[in-house]
Design a protein around this ligand. Sequence first.
Ligand code: BES
Ligand code: MN
Ligand code: ZN
Length: 498
Amino acid sequence: MRFEAFNRRAAEQRADCLVIGAFERGELGPIASGVNSALRGRIASLLSRGDFSGRAQETLLLPEIAGLAAPRLLLVGLGARAQYNRRHWRRALQSAIAALARTRIASAALALERPAARELDDYYFGRASAEIAGAALYRVNDLKSARRARPPALSRVRVGPVDADALAAVRRGLAAGEALVQSSSLLRDLANLPANVCTPRYLANQARELQRSYRQRLRVRIFDEVGIRRLRMGCFLAVTRGSEEPPRFIVLEYRGTRARRAPVVLVGKGVTFDTGGISLKDPQAMDEMKYDMCGAATVLAAMDYVARARLPLNVVGLVPACENMPDGRAIKPGDIVTSASGQTVEILNTDAEGRLILCDALDYARRYEPEVVVDFATLTGACIIALGHHQSAVMGNDEPLARELVEAGNRTDDHAWPLPLTEDYAEQLRSNFADMANIAGRDGGAITAAAFLGKFTSGMRWAHMDIAGTAWTSGKEKGASGRPLSLVADFLSRRAAS
Ligand code: BES
Ligand code: MN
Ligand code: ZN
């Protein structure tokens, strides 16, 4: 998919289809008014006849309208004019792309009314346009035996009209968004694959593929079980014990600047399937535990993004990958193991496995003397109870870092909300037999999980994102959402620029 910006009048755009928006009650914004005049009022009369209501998600494709450079016009409902904001713009863009994807239209000029500049500046207008259009065209890489439906024909999208002085910023945004679309479909493809395909070894091979694509800038190292043992990652090894499928510890090092700047380290939970282990899960929707590697997929996709966009920044990705299975060799509640940090852990619930693989990876991050460390994990059901499916949770030991992530989420509509990680929570992890237990009861479960990780990150600036509620959607539209890649990409871009 190619994205460009245009700065001539919308009615003059040559493309297979021109796309404009109309508000409810026949109201037209400045762009549609311009097109309406070029068409001598024919849009206004169509609206006054009631052929198009302007409600959100409504679309109407009109062929062969004389007066336009394009052979077709797609009308998109924008909702009530008084309420029009970035959310409505986003929805309208999604509906427009969905309608175009049902046709054989290959090129489109998108000229939807823009929300107020304070809501969406030129750079983010470009970035979000490409991101939303790309995401709306994503198709699950299913394994259905029937012949696959033809992919949408849409391959060239222009957005505008953009004033001459704003063109550069919009183009930078489009380029960022275009890179994001690629990285995002990598993330979603990996996440959507079943666990019998997407194993720890499969993730490791994906990392090797990234190295092949970005040879100069990206170095990949893979540790197998023997290597992981040498690293003394006792907690990680405890989780993988019950699995026939071998674990991998994946290290990706991206050098985007010659400067001796300390790297940003990203850590992602890569449990390719979480049965709960001996503390077996309820069978209800257990298939969705193939998504328990979404943190890992986020990190791989983020590494793809930084290398693709050539961000002038050093970034390290760390992915502990394994399954969590019940078996004769599996860990049992009450088992005590020693983490790479030397601290001992009493495993009271084998289903609290994410923190066990992450704590050893977080300890590994130390050797980089990182600028900051951020981990991503589908860590707790409690996070979903706390925040639902709209916001990821952010915790950590560094207020400004947490704020950076929250703000990146606000700029990209990939929202995240802080939860309080005060010292009291860590005290709940007390154990009679080891330095700590791996669980602390039901209450505040998202925070006590973070408190556990906090015991391995002292002295580093660290943030933890719990993406259990946001990484995928359940139900009829089951599938990976691609979150929180947009947030992460923006967070890293800002850091690269500072
Ligand atoms: N992967 C799960 C968390 C999860 C559950 C994410 C459902 C998304 C949807 C994690 O490994 C887990 O099982 N956590 C336990 C922790 C508990 C045993 C302290 C949980 O949340 O129930
Ligand atoms: Mn679990
Ligand atoms: Zn899990």
